[in-house]
Design a protein around this ligand. Structure first.
Ligand code: PGA
Length: 257
């Protein structure tokens, strides 16, 4: 974490929580995180719970995000939701290219790029997910995979818009497995991502872009992760469904070993 970049902790609820469960969770959470105004806090419920969560968040510093979006503004795209619709629903953030979408719903880097351009135009803050699979890591091609995802995903984005982007580095083998990348390994890839961004957009822009780590972030590992030079936040799945755990993660104290 660098003092120039505001930390951002986001909860990715995935396909969990009905409207009443969602309301209960954010009510519990709002009292736990009210005092942290030096960090951005985001929750990303399923689409169906956005309307239930939004009025509760109005009273707090917590922001609302969605987990996916379509790149078109409107039209005959059954089952899809546009950036303007997310804005209208009270979202400020949207997750793009999560590995589960890449794996189960054929999301490609090209589609992530289309979505990214469209959400930036609509004034949403994108959280662009990248990360390698276990076999890619074992084959020693993590940097090849991640740099391709960044280069195609962020292709053609101008410098001013790029500063708003949040990247989430999520090694697929660490998601939902309880197996976290060590802080040193996670930071090494985040630093590599920043180097890739420097090559594409220049140092001032790359230094402004926040890079989160995601993959089994928990209360007991968040402090060390956040103590790493190039990790500016966390994208939290499982632990974001428990108010106490997410509250504790939001309340991290960056420590370095
Ligand atoms: P996890 O999920 O924290 O449950 O590993 C992270 C994510 O998929 O964003």
């Amino acid at each position: 974490m660098h003092s120039k970049r505001k930390p951002v902790i986001a909860g990715n609820w995935k396909m969990f929580n009905t409207t009443s469960e969602a309301a209960t969770l954010v009510n519990e959470l709002s009292s736990l995180v009210a005092r942290f105004n030096d960090r951005e806090i985001v929750v990303c419920p399923p689409f169906t719970a956005l309307a239930a969560v939004r009025p509760i968040l109005d009273e707090t510093g917590i922001k609302l995000g969605a987990q996916n979006v379509h790149w078109e503004e409107k039209g005959a795209f059954t089952g899809e939701i546009s950036p303007a619709m997310l804005k209208d629903a009270g979202c400020d953030y949207v997750i793009l290219g999560h590995s589960e979408r890449r794996q189960f719903f054929a999301e490609t880097d090209e589609n992530v790029n289309r979505k990214l351009k469209s959400v930036l135009k609509a004034g949403l803050i994108p959280i662009v997910c990248v990360g390698e699979s276990l076999s890619e890591r074992e084959a020693g091609i993590t940097s090849t995979v991640v740099s391709r995802q960044i280069k195609i995903g962020l292709d053609g984005i101008d410098a001013e818009s790029a500063k708003k982007i949040i990247i989430a580095y999520e090694p697929i083998w660490a998601i939902g497995t309880g197996r976290t990348a060590s802080a040193a390994d996670a930071n090494a890839v985040c630093a590599f991502i920043r180097l890739t961004l420097t090559g594409m957009l220049g140092t001032p822009v790359a230094d402004a872009i926040r890079i989160q780590y995601g993959g089994s972030v928990k209360p007991d590992n968040v402090d060390e992760l956040m103590g790493s030079s190039d990790i500016d936040g966390a994208l939290v799945g499982g632990a974001s469904l428990k108010a106490d755990d997410f509250g504790r993660i939001v309340g991290f104290t960056a420590t370095s070993k």
